[in-house]
Design a protein around this ligand. Structure first.
Ligand SMILES: Cc1cc2nc3c(=O)[nH]c(=O)nc-3n(C[C@H](O)[C@H](O)[C@H](O)COP(=O)(O)O)c2cc1C
Length: 415
């Protein structure tokens, strides 16, 4: 009886680590999102998950990937698969960069440090946001605290918003140079903050204010609330550690993000400012938030190293084009004169393969790691990066492709 029971019943080995136990139940990024939704206060989850207005751009970012199918080849010996590609002139193990996000520590108290370590272990570049909650220097130290998993030196990029106060921008850029950041990523789609109506409805501030509703919500998420209250306050770490910031809000008082951006960011941003940035930075410059062929061509004319085709994850202009649909026309217009990165809606390794096959040098992704942080902190980000890496390998193997550098549109079809 015991014998026959043993032959049909299978138990998973007990996992003593509760975070790993939680992650063991996940099969994909949607599962990480569901776990994060359970663990984070509703306002925090909506800040991460939401988009602008009717969330048409947000939805379309993912839907556009679903409309692309594969034309697999067979009998091509896929026993060895090389996922590495060249990015900004250096070999990188996967065509993936992690995108900048503001206020990352709301998802997990380690925030950007956890993401930087997970990326460094695998040699994947990571971009710190101007609105990040860890400083330029802290992030560099965290990245250096683990063995670099890629070729050459570590790769950190710094995302810049153009503050009205150019003294602050200059100081941040100088600090990024001193800490050996590889590239500046100038975000150009934020003349005003998109109207994120989930945040409007909740009166969301950053950091979240503890009102009656949030306290009630917090009681239902004791893990997050306890950690939030016990750890050092969440602030805009780069502004807080700047000597040039003057009386600019550093997030130590709760700020309304839309108002903050209206007050502090310069809506007169134009190509002359790009030129100015070039004059104070010797490294690579990327423009993030380009959404047309015409602006991609202008980026080439202005000597930009790479553009990131992006609609800010559907958080800015609702009705903006799905960035993945811009890759082919932009690549056709500019040939190989500039590198193209695409973000918005990347949730699987197969999405990265599609981006690469359409002509992008790499994909960028943000929410994948925010859900991962919310679901399981640094272990969650490790889980997610392994999931995406394996997804790229899996897709390439099933498509009969052995080198990520050789992927072309031949591989794709519309579904
Ligand atoms: C919570 C959150 C905060 C973000 N903060 C920034 C930011 O500070 N700077 C920036 O350039 N982009 C920011 N973004 C946009 C991302 O860098 C990226 O363009 C976009 O989220 C990609 O889409 P995905 O989340 O579907 O991968 C943010 C996105 C999210 C979800």
């Amino acid at each position: 009886m015991l014998e026959s029971l043993r032959s049909v019943v299978k138990f998973r080995r007990f996992e003593p680590n509760p975070v790993k136990r939680r992650l063991n139940g996940a099969a994909n990024v949607d599962d990480l999102r569901s776990i994060a939704k359970r663990r984070l206060p509703a306002g925090v989850f909506d800040y991460i998950d939401g988009g602008a207005e009717d969330e048409i751009a947000l939805t379309n970012n993912s839907e556009a990937f679903r409309r692309i199918g594969f034309r697999p080849r067979v009998l091509r010996d896929v026993s060895s698969i090389d996922t590495s590609v060249s990015l900004l002139g250096r070999t990188t193990p996967l065509p993936l960069v992690l995108a900048p996000t503001g206020f990352t520590r709301v998802a997990d108290t380690q925030g950007e440090l956890a993401v930087a370590r997970a990326c460094a272990r695998r040699g994947i570049p990571y971009t710190l946001s101007t609105m990040g909650t860890r400083s330029i220097e802290e992030l560099a130290a965290a990245s250096d605290s683990v063995p670099w998993g890629g070729e050459g030196q570590r790769r950190l990029w710094f995302q810049v918003y153009m503050w009205r106060d150019r003294g602050l921008v200059r100081e941040l850029v100088e600090r990024a140079a001193a800490a050996d950041y590889e590239a500046l990523v100038l975000t150009v789609d934020t003349a005003r903050l998109g109207r994120r109506e989930r945040d409007v409805r909740r009166g969301m501030t950053l950091p979240p204010k503890l009102g009656l509703d949030t306290i009630f919500d917090g009681i239902r998420r004791p893990g997050w609330t306890w950690t939030f209250l016990r750890n050092e306050p969440i602030v805009f770490a780069n502004v807080a550690t700047s000597s040039a910031a003057g009386d600019i809000d550093d997030g130590s008082r709760a700020v309304d993000l839309a108002q903050h951006i209206q007050d502090q960011f310069d809506p007169s941003l134009n190509w002359d400012d790009v030129e100015w940035l070039r004059s104070i930075w010797d490294g690579k410059i990327l423009l993030k938030g380009v959404q047309s062929v015409a602006d991609t061509e202008l980026a080439v004319a202005n000597g930009i190293d790479a553009v990131c085709l992006s609609n800010h994850g559907g958080r800015q202009l609702d009705g903006a084009p799905a960035p993945i649909e811009l890759v082919a026309p932009c690549r056709d217009a500019v040939d190989d004169s500039i590198e193209l990165i695409v973000d918005g809606g990347i949730r699987r390794g197969s999405d990265i393969v599609k981006a690469r096959a359409l002509g992008a040098d790499a994909a960028m992704a943000a929410r994948v790691y925010l859900y991962a942080l919310g679901a399981g902190g640094e272990l969650g980000v490790d889980w997610m990066l392994d999931f995406l890496t394996d997804g790229v390998r899996q897709t390439m193997a099933l498509c009969g492709q052995t080198r990520a550098q050789d992927l072309t549109r031949e591989l794709l079809t519309e579904v």
